[in-house]
Structure formats: structure tokens, C-alpha cells
Write a protein that binds this ligand. Structure first.
Ligand SMILES: Nc1ncnc2c1ncn2[C@@H]1O[C@H](COP(=O)(O)OP(=O)(O)OP(=O)(O)O)[C@@H](O)[C@H]1O
Ligand SMILES: [Mg+2]
Length: 341
């Protein structure tokens, strides 16, 4: 029989099941009544399932508006799900009721945002920014101990302890993202949601920040939900990848399978947009065709208007995410038909 410790390690750190988030984007009731318009619901996330194992990075990739940030906000509790379950360390987060349990969950999950300019309070010194989680979660008592810890955190992210005296505007974009990372680490999390953490940065700086994040992951056994529209970055960071299209996952696979043997026509299309995967910084081309409006998505498979393999079935029926013998998950009628043969 498995010991409690073994059970713990076998449980994924994060498991998301049937996660949905809809937004009511209707006009105000009176306008609707006067203009005879109906209610409009935007389905940003439509039933997503994935898990993240301890010490691993799961990347979500897809074009703008496919729902990546919405998933991030749901996972860290900034949005409430319309439906579905989020389990962290085997516990359904919706079942937590006591303040202490919720605080512990918040401490163990941190988030890094795309824009370090917007996510750091410009009126606070670095000292206050990085120290805030330490104080909020009561991790250390006493000014000296907190100050020592802030110095240690700044050193861990490649800044100087003396930087604590400065304000965010005194730093470059890359340094500001280092401050965000120090702040994320301050609560001693085991899980960090990184929403496009380097897409606002120059390519040379991007690589430094990504390497820092990988080193910190190893050092502190961190698990990442890593969100990016850039497959080159994803290849560098991820263990497993979920490709999103209009609120759904269309392929979930280990990173090598995504790059060496992509199955879903959308994954293939995304791969065609990276001129070379070694992150040379050359501009990527957009994926051919237009992203449909999520308020009025296409019938059947949402990808069918852009798909080279579309059949009548694709126009009628949306494919389910199916697990193949290889363990790769894919939602495509063409591929399910092929694998059933
Ligand atoms: N608070 C909100 N109210 C209404 N609609 C929203 C809200 N948040 C997101 N949406 C819509 O949900 C869809 C998914 O948005 P989301 O920000 O999750 O996409 P994304 O994949 O992160 O895109 P990007 O790559 O541009 O950051 C979009 O159509 C967006 O307009
Ligand atoms: Mg986003």
C-alpha cells in the first residue's frame, strides 16, 4: 500500500476539471429592452481539464483572446468559475471555508503578470513591494528579520540588496520583472502562475528572465503554469503543453511531442509561425485566417473555418478531447478517426 507521502507525491499539485468561465457582456437591461437586443454571453473558457505535476511546468499556448489569462485568474482565485473544479494538492479549493485554510492556499500560489510596469505599485519602494507578502502572511516577525529576508530575495533574483531603497521607475523592464519574481517568491510558494512573464521584454532580456525562472524552479522545486502565445518560449520552459483555441484545449502533450509530432491542425499552424525555434528574435508571422468572435463562435469545431482538413462533420459537431494510446490528448475528428482505425 502506498504511504501517505507517496500518495502526496503521486497527486498532481494542480488539477483542473471541467473548468468554465462565461462573461455576461450584454448591454444594460433598459437598452436591451428598448433596442430589442438579447443577452450576450461570452464563453471565455469552455470546459478545460489539465493537471500539473510537482516541479513541472505546464504551458498554455494560443492566440490572443483564446482564454489563457482567464484560466490563470481562475486558478489563482481572482475569478470565480462558472463551473468546474480546481484541486490544489488534492484539495478542492471551493471546499475551503476557514480563513486560515484560504490564507495558506493563497500563500502557496503566487502569480507573475505580463506587465511589470502595471503590476508593481509605483509609489512603493522595492522594500515594501517585496516585503508585503512576508508581512501579510506573517512569515517573519521583526523589522530586522524581514529586512534580511528582502535582501536575500533580491539577491536570489539577481538584484542587489541595496535596490530595496529604490522605486520601480528606477529600474529597466527586465529588472522590474525580477522585482515581481522576488515578490512572488516572498510568500514561499510551491506554485507560480506566470502569465506572459516576458512578452513585454526585449528578446535578450527575455532569455535572462526565463533562465532565472528555470533556476529558481530547480532550487525551490516550484511548479509553474506558464502562459505564452510564443511557442519558442514555451519550448524553452515547458514539460507539457496545452494548446488552446477559443476557450478549449485542442491538444495536450509533452513538449517534445508538440514540436516533433504535432497532431492537431491548429498546433501545426501555430508551429508554422515560428521561423526558427532557437529564439533568434525574428518577428513571427501571425497564424493565417482570422480568430472568430467568441461571442458568436463557429458551429461544430470552432477551428473549422481555418482548418485545412475540415469536413461536414467538423461543421456540425465539436470534437471531444480524446486520449490516444501515446497519452497525447487531441480534439480533432480527423485524428480520432485515424487513431480508431
Ligand atoms: N472580465 C471580462 N469581461 C468580459 N470579457 C472578458 C473578460 N475577461 C476576458 N474576456 C474575454 O474573454 C476572452 C478570453 O480573454 P483572455 O484575456 O483570457 O485571453 P488571452 O488568451 O489571455 O489573450 P491575450 O493573449 O490577448 O492575453 C476574450 O474574448 C476576452 O475579451
Ligand atoms: Mg492574456
Amino acid at each position: 500500500m502506498a504511504t501517505p507521502d507517496q500518495l502526496k507525491t503521486n497527486t498532481p499539485l494542480l488539477r483542473v476539471t471541467g473548468l468554465k468561465r462565461y462573461f455576461d457582456v450584454s448591454e444594460p437591461l433598459l437598452n436591451r429592452l428598448l433596442e430589442g437586443k438579447s443577452r450576450l454571453i461570452l464563453k471565455a473558457v469552455i470546459g478545460i481539464d489539465f493537471k500539473i505535476n510537482r516541479g513541472q511546468t505546464f504551458a498554455l499556448v494560443g492566440e490572443s483572446g483564446c482564454g489563457k489569462s482567464t484560466v490563470a485568474y481562475l486558478v489563482v482565485g481572482l475569478y470565480q468559475p462558472t463551473a468546474g473544479k480546481i484541486e490544489f494538492d488534492g484539495i478542492d479549493v471551493a471546499s475551503l471555508t476557514s480563513r486560515a485554510q484560504i490564507a495558506l492556499l493563497r500563500r502557496r500560489m503566487a502569480m507573475i503578470f505580463q506587465d511589470p510596469y502595471a503590476s508593481l505599485n509605483p509609489r512603493w519602494r522595492v522594500d515594501a513591494i517585496v516585503g508585503e507578502p512576508i508581512r501579510a502572511f506573517g512569515l517573519l516577525k521583526g523589522t530586522q528579520a524581514i529586512s534580511r529576508r528582502i535582501g536575500e530575495l533580491l539577491t536570489q533574483v539577481g538584484l542587489s540588496p541595496a535596490d530595496r531603497e529604490k522605486y520601480p521607475h528606477e529600474f529597466s523592464g527586465g529588472q522590474r520583472q525580477r522585482i515581481s519574481i522576488a515578490r512572488a517568491l516572498a510568500s514561499e510558494p510551491d506554485f507560480i502562475v506566470c502569465d506572459e512573464p516576458t512578452s513585454a521584454l526585449d528578446v535578450s532580456v527575455q532569455a535572462q528572465i526565463l533562465n532565472l525562472m528555470k533556476n529558481l524552479q530547480k532550487k525551490f522545486d516550484l511548479s509553474y503554469l506558464f502562459i505564452s502565445h510564443d511557442l519558442a518560449v514555451v519550448r524553452h520552459m515547458a514539460d507539457r503543453v496545452g494548446v488552446m483555441y477559443l476557450g478549449r484545449l485542442c491538444e495536450v502533450a509533452p513538449v517534445d511531442a508538440i514540436f516533433d509530432s504535432p497532431l492537431h491542425p491548429y498546433t501545426r499552424l501555430l508551429l508554422d509561425t515560428i521561423p526558427d525555434v532557437e529564439m533568434t528574435g525574428r518577428a513571427t508571422q501571425p497564424v493565417a485566417g482570422e480568430i472568430p468572435n467568441p461571442i458568436d463562435p463557429p458551429s461544430g469545431c470552432a477551428f473549422h473555418p481555418r482548418c485545412p482538413k475540415t469536413t461536414d462533420k467538423c461543421r456540425r459537431e465539436g470534437p471531444e478531447l480524446t486520449t490516444l494510446d501515446s497519452g497525447v490528448q487531441v480534439a480533432c475528428h480527423a485524428i480520432s478517426a485515424f487513431s480508431e482505425k
